[in-house]
Write a protein that binds this ligand. Structure first.
Ligand code: SF4
Length: 341
């Protein structure tokens, strides 16, 4: 397969009916929007975003727990994207407590090393960030450091989407960054066309072409269109480190019910770093009440522009839902790059 316009022509030639593919990565959505790819795809080829933004899928109950930590006098440290995500009592940037933006867990540990106060890191992300947090905990951070573990795995959410069948997906473009760390062996159990794709426009076009080809040929397997970064086994050392510290558990995602084995929690030997236990804070399930349809956007059954608040009551400057907050959120990306179907 050659590049650029050759792939585009091959895609035009091969699309013979309606196809819908889902990617599960905010970086893919941003790349599609920035490059204007949707405007040049064949009309019958639709690519939707699934639950690929780790900030967006963090439920309100976890934001509320982070706020409670700050209210109890802890220094709360987390990524900038999480600051404006609304919980039921506001967002981290709207409260009086000591809440600090950090680039990663190591910066939160540095804060703890320089203070006697308790420092709580709100630890979100998929398989991409969890190993870095595990690495930090394996270096024996100070006793005044702990985390709220909000990590989640991608494959169980895919399993849920496939079992539900709500989004009528013909195949999945697998998340390149996640697969760099986790590999793609775990996805081979799903009997659906899947392609691991990179983040250049040509990578995404090639991924889409390979997905259509699989469907047409009646195959349902995992193909790797991103071999320059991704291998089947991934980064084994990183995954081993992650499983030394964490174990899977059942957890809900924003827009999803409880998905079995889809989250990470600290193993008993690392419980001293569990901020929920240390400060006796519970994560409560919160029912959705607003007109925000992030839940549907995250399940790939609605576009951001289907939301009646999009661009009106909800903008990147005044976000109502998490998908308008995060730079990996579909609503923010569609608003910034004027995406439409
Ligand atoms: Fe939620 Fe705003 Fe997106 Fe609507 S536009 S789904 S309110 S984030």
């Amino acid at each position: 397969m050659a590049e650029g316009k050759d792939i585009k022509k091959a895609l035009d030639d091969i699309v013979d009916r309606k196809y819908t593919f889902m990617h599960i990565c905010g970086t893919h959505e941003a790349a599609i929007a920035k490059s204007g790819l949707r405007s040049i795809l064949p009309d019958d080829l639709k690519i939707v975003m699934g639950p690929g933004c780790p900030v967006c899928i963090t439920p309100q109950g976890e934001i509320d727990a982070a706020i409670e930590m700050a209210e109890k006098g802890c220094i709360v440290a987390t990524y900038g994207d999480l600051m404006r995500v609304p919980g039921t009592k506001g967002s981290l940037d709207s409260i009086d407590g000591d809440v600090r933006v950090v680039q990663g867990v190591h910066k939160a540990v540095e804060i703890a090393e320089k203070t006697d106060k308790e420092v709580v890191f709100i630890s979100v992300g998929f398989e991409t960030t969890a190993p870095t947090v595990a690495a930090a905990l394996l270096t024996n951070p100070p006793e005044n450091f702990s985390i709220v573990c909000c990590h989640r795995f991608v494959p169980p959410a895919m399993k849920y989407l496939l079992e539900q069948g709500e989004a009528q997906i013909d195949g999945f473009m697998l998340p390149g960054h996640v697969c760099v760390v986790a590999g793609y062996e775990d996805y081979e159990k799903f009997r659906v066309p899947q392609v691991v794709a990179g983040f250049e426009a040509d990578d995404i076009l090639l991924g889409l072409y390979m997905l259509v080809k699989q469907v047409k040929e009646g195959r349902a397997e995992v193909e790797n269109a991103y071999p320059r970064a991704v291998s089947r086994e991934g980064n084994k050392k990183a995954m081993e480190m992650m499983y030394r510290v964490f174990e899977s558990h059942d957890v809900d995602w924003r827009g999803f019910p409880v998905i079995p084995d889809s989250g990470l929690k600290l193993k008993p030997e690392f419980e001293k770093y569990d901020a929920l236990k240390k400060f006796n804070v519970e994560i409560r399930h919160v029912e959705k009440h607003s007109a925000c349809i992030c839940d549907k956007v995250l399940r790939g059954v609605a576009d951001p522009t289907d939301c009646r608040l999009f661009g009106k009551a909800c903008t990147p400057q005044k976000p109502v839902g998490p998908c308008m907050v995060s730079h990996e959120g579909a609503c923010k990306i569609w608003a910034l790059y004027n995406q439409k179907r």
